[in-house]
Design a protein around this ligand. Structure first.
Ligand SMILES: Cc1cc2nc3c(=O)[nH]c(=O)nc-3n(C[C@H](O)[C@H](O)[C@H](O)COP(=O)(O)OP(=O)(O)OC[C@H]3O[C@@H](n4cnc5c(N)ncnc54)[C@H](O)[C@@H]3O)c2cc1C
Length: 460
């Protein structure tokens, strides 16, 4: 144990006297809290389960006085290592803060950061209301994590992402100050709500979230179209967008991803396909739009085309997509997941590039994603631990990122930067922009105690 860790451990022993129930010191008993979905493992010195703002203020002030690094945590489903602990530091979990109030008259909700995304959606539905941002992890991830990552989801093309629904936040800074933005101050002069959304736990703990809700839309049939070539499916996407049709869901999956999903749970019989599109329309003209989509799908020689209007049976089509992330993970020991995003018109080129990369590389590479937004999750898959160290995967990722930038896209469609993408930030932002972002971090957290070592590349 080094000197710092020794000092930290005596600090945590003292803190334990005040918080005997909420503070865990034998952190090896909770191994899930040493990682997120990136699977990077770092054991924290302590884990604190906050139940209210007063506790957070007190714990942050005490940590700040002792220079203890802190990592906020939601459900730990992040893919880029944002919730991975810092050695010798505290993990501050907000999952027990579970307020959920629907204000149906004002079509909004006030939520604690520990509410699981689907819980808000289901509660809103009881009032005929809809909270659209639905990451594929919606039955696990919590709202605090969704805000901190500005999560997207299956409905993002038509309805937008998390930031489009947040109308105000309460947050606690490392100094223990309470920030009230938007709805909680009735105004937002510097738009602090936007500053905190997507801040990946670097600026403050988000302790309450006000979101707007919309009317539950009429839902059209679920459509599943399969193709023998990935670029045929991608061309359907481009054509739908070119014609100005906006499906509520337009998900793309390649052949390897489909096989993984089928092996994980065979919810429908599907003929051998190298790509699938899963589509849904909503709104008054949902049936008309579904018909137009059917015509476009037929122009590109589908292997099969399915329609399902019964929501219970449609669930079998949805399962192929909803299961995907877990299914791909179950098919292999190591899954390095990237999420790039290009203008939708460039999706066929990106899909073709990934398919070429897969042919060239000695490891499996598959892809799927929210095609309506040009968002593609590209997974590098291997059973051999050596591949993680020998630079093979890293080279592939750099090639993917360069191609994405060349196509006018972004390195992170929705999963954030965290640990895994920080070294590539300079591919996307110029030095001046990165420096100003660092300045914002320094204003909120001058001693760099909140999620240190994340988001920004190290010194050259
Ligand atoms: C199966 C699967 C499917 C997924 N599908 C999608 C998808 O479709 N779209 C998408 O966008 N993402 C997706 N993700 C990624 C992930 O679910 C999202 O990024 C999600 O928003 C993370 O939420 P979380 O509660 O798990 O956050 P965590 O992983 O716990 O934390 C993520 C970041 O937020 C910070 N943080 C968490 N809570 C707070 C808080 N209260 N205050 C301040 N900072 C906080 C953490 O420090 C960390 O930096 C998927 C992940 C999995 C495993």
């Amino acid at each position: 144990m080094n000197k710092d860790s020794e000092q930290h451990s005596s600090f945590f022993e003292t803190l334990k006297r005040d918080y005997s129930e909420n503070l865990i010191l034998d952190t090896e008993t909770l191994p899930d809290y040493a990682r997120d979905a990136s699977e990077i493992n770092v054991r924290p010195s302590a884990i604190f389960f906050a139940e209210n703002e007063s506790e957070i203020i007190d714990v942050l002030k005490q940590c700040r006085a002792e220079n203890i690094p802190i990592v906020f945590r939601g459900a730990g489903t992040g893919y880029t290592g944002g919730a991975v602990p810092v050695s010798g530091g505290l993990v501050l979990s907000l999952e027990r803060m579970r307020k959920l109030e629907i204000d149906s008259k004002n079509r909004m909700a006030r939520c604690g950061p520990g509410i699981i995304t689907i819980e808000l959606m289901k509660e809103a539905e009881k009032f005929g209301l809809f909270y659209p941002p639905d990451p594929a992890s919606y039955d696990e991830s919590v709202l605090g994590g969704n805000i901190a990552e500005n999560a997207g989801g299956l409905h993002c093309k038509k309805y937008g992402v998390t930031k489009d629904y947040v109308i105000g936040l309460r947050a606690i800074t490392v100094e223990g100050e309470i920030i009230k933005t938007g709805y909680y101050s009735r105004n937002d002069i510097f738009n602090l709500t936007s500053v905190l959304i997507g801040s990946e736990g670097l600026l403050a703990a988000i302790t309450e979230i006000a979101v707007r809700l919309i009317n539950l839309p009429v839902i059209g049939p679920t459509i599943l179209a399969s193709y023998s070539k990935p670029d045929e499916a991608a061309s359907v996407v481009s054509e739908i967008i070119r014609l100005g049709i906006v499906p509520s869901v337009m998900e793309y999956m390649d052949g390897d991803a489909i096989n993984c999903s089928n092996r994980y749970e065979k919810s429908i019989d599907i003929e051998k396909a190298e790509a699938i599109l899963l589509l849904e329309t909503t709104g008054e003209n949902c049936r008309g739009e579904a018909k137009m989509i059917e015509n476009i799908c037929r122009q590109y020689n589908p292997v099969s085309l399915m329609f399902e209007s019964d929501p219970v049976l449609a669930e079998n089509l949805w399962k192929i997509r909803r299961n995907l992330s877990k299914a791909v993970k179950a098919s292999v020991k190591y899954k390095i997941a990237e999420d790039v995003c290009v203008p939708p018109s460039k999706l066929p080129e990106l899909v073709e590039f990934v398919s070429q990369l897969n042919n060239e590389y000695p490891i499996r590479i598959n892809s799927y994603g929210h095609a309506g937004d040009g968002n593609l999750h590209v997974n590098f898959l291997t059973d051999n631990k050596e591949d993680l160290k020998n630079g093979l995967i890293k080279k592939g990722i750099v090639r993917l990122f360069r191609k994405t930038i060349e196509l006018g896209g972004t390195l992170s469609g929705e999963h954030g930067i965290g640990l895994t993408k920080k070294d590539y930030l300079e591919l996307e932002f110029n030095d001046d922009t990165i420096e100003r972002m660092k300045d914002i971090k320094a204003v909120f957290d001058p001693n760099n105690l909140l999620n240190p070592g994340k988001m920004f590349p190290g010194k050259k």
